[in-house]
Design a protein around this ligand. Structure first.
Ligand code: C2E
Ligand code: MG
Ligand code: MG
Ligand code: MG
Length: 291
């Protein structure tokens, strides 16, 4: 079909397999233009140390400020980008923008490490390490301000190559987080194979940790496992104060979710960061506590 040929032309990788729908191709063209027109923006969601209440970092979450459809969440365009080579451009842009923002915070005395999500497609790309180190150098930042968030499913496609690149980045001082923990396949194997610094408990388990004994048991187990492996454990999707208190009591190191702050543009995080980022926190092995 014409849509299929066009899909192949623009590099939708599975064009020949499932067939690419025409709306997807239109979206592809629009997103490609959007990147060069600076329509993408990054929101940041704070990461709070449970023990101290300090903000110890932020997660970069991409949005598309679409000229007619308004602010689009990543779910509205990333799946398409991930099926095409466009995810590389999106990731490169988000990474560089997040590090630019991190440098801007640093210039004002705010130590705000940033976490950036890395899609599976990026892990088959040989130049991920140079992309990352190039961007760090451009903004004159040390590698340990950056955490790369990887999901388990990202590691099943080409485990050997992906692992080699992640080890290379880790050896340079970039941190690694295992994202959405508990939703993948072979968590234990991946935790064993790769030098993660952090594990993020998927919000599906955190949401009902107070109401469900099953979810509470899973959260406790992940905390225990993570701590035994020397990792800091982040609870995602902490929506209310009671969940925040329970996650703290259970020993979760870092809390992320609407109870701390929703993802916001930098201009709307100003007060929170000035108030709650630890003063002159030394870069070094993050242990989730300011003590
Ligand atoms: P994620 O990396 O697991 O990010 C956390 C998601 O949970 C974010 O959704 C965040 O807004 C949401 N969240 C956090 N706290 C709460 C809460 O208390 N309640 C609720 N209901 N939701 C909460 P968002 O921003 O829509 O991002 C969704 C996913 O899209 C991310 O999941 C990540 O996998 C992907 N993503 C976002 N930005 C990027 C990016 O720049 N690059 C890549 N490759 N993926 C991205
Ligand atoms: Mg993430
Ligand atoms: Mg996550
Ligand atoms: Mg998630």
């Amino acid at each position: 079909s014409r849509a299929k040929r066009e899909g192949e032309r623009v590099g939708l990788w599975d064009a020949g397999i499932a067939g690419v729908r025409s709306w997807e191709i239109a979206l592809y063209a629009e997103l490609r233009a959007a990147i060069s027109r600076d329509e993408l923006i990054v929101f940041y969601q704070p990461l709070q140390a449970a023990a101290t209440g300090r903000i110890v970092g932020v997660e970069a979450l991409v949005r598309w400020s679409h000229p007619t459809r308004g602010l689009l969440p990543p779910g509205a365009f990333l799946p398409m980008a991930e099926r095409s080579a466009l995810i590389v451009d999106v990731t490169r842009w988000v990474l560089d923008e997040a590090l630019r923002q991190c440098a801007a915070w640093a210039a004002r005395g705010l130590h705000v490490p940033v976490s950036v999500n890395i899609s599976a497609r990026m892990l088959v790309l040989d130049d991920l390490p140079s992309l990352v180190t190039g961007s760090l150098a451009r903004h004159q930042l040390p590698p340990d301000v950056l955490t790369l968030e990887i999901t388990e499913s990202a590691l099943v496609t080409q485990p050997g190559r992906a692992a080699a690149m992640l080890r290379e980045l880790r050896s340079k001082g970039v941190k690694l987080a295992l994202d959405d923990f508990g939703t993948g396949y072979s968590s234990m194997e991946i935790l064993k194979a790769l030098p993660f610094d952090e594990v993020k408990i998927d919000r599906g388990f955190v949401a009902d940790v107070r109401g469900s004994l099953l979810d509470a048991a899973i959260v406790r187990s992940v905390l225990d496992l993570g701590h035994r492996l020397g990792l800091r454990v982040v609870g995602e999707g902490v929506e209310d104060d009671r969940t925040l208190r329970m996650m703290t009591e259970l020993g979760c190191d870092i809390l992320q979710g609407d109870a701390v702050s929703r993802p916001r543009p930098p201009s709307h995080l100003e007060d929170l960061l000035v108030e709650r980022v630890a003063p002159a926190e030394r870069p070094g092995p993050a242990d989730g506590s300011a003590a």
